[in-house]
Design a protein around this ligand. Sequence first.
Ligand code: COA
Length: 184
Amino acid sequence: MITEAALTPEIRMRPVTEDDAAALLDAYVRNQSHLKRWEPRRNAAFYTLEGQAARLKTMVERQRAEELAAWLLFDGDRVVGAATLNSVVYGPFRNASLGYWLDAGYTGRGLATRAAREALRAADEDLNLHRVEASTLPDNVASRRVLAKVGFVQIGSAPNYLHIDGAWQDCLIFQTILNDRPAL
Ligand SMILES: CC(C)(COP(=O)(O)OP(=O)(O)OC[C@H]1O[C@@H](n2cnc3c(N)ncnc32)[C@H](O)[C@@H]1OP(=O)(O)O)[C@@H](O)C(=O)NCCC(=O)NCCS
């Protein structure tokens, strides 16, 4: 079970709910050009209320099934970022994959670093995972810096790894080991 956290006196991070569609849509519309270079291409439905509602419904279901942990960052009622632990698996792997983005008007204040740190704390203490992985495009300097600040180390690079901004792109692969607790 993941929880809410205050990242600063103004910015809080809380688990997504099915009621967040309008605020999330507004954030994606505001940040379309800011995120384009670093994200998968979005279809037309993504930029509709129905599309975001359907997306959130699936996310909440996956969250209940412990396959995903997703937070939104809020400044008041405004969504200004997100952090997600995707592909959560248990058994001997106990692993998840971390992703995040910040509203263009909120970058450069350490918020992604705080959000990533809180997601890692939750992965360790709330979800009882062992390892978190992340990947970035090689030229995503800000994201590489965030990963370094929260303790990720690069473990490799993967050619043709993710379909980002309309093309299969090479990525750098990072991991952090959270603890050495036994898997069972
Ligand atoms: C990557 C991203 C999440 C970083 O968010 P943020 O809140 O600005 O990150 P932080 O402020 O916590 O840390 C950013 C760090 O990168 C550094 N940085 C940012 N741009 C940089 C640049 N062009 N060159 C060198 N360093 C840079 C900052 O100085 C800071 O490091 P510091 O604390 O040592 O000074 C944000 O830029 C974003 O949303 N980008 C688009 C989506 C994206 O790339 N998501 C990640 C996909 S892997």
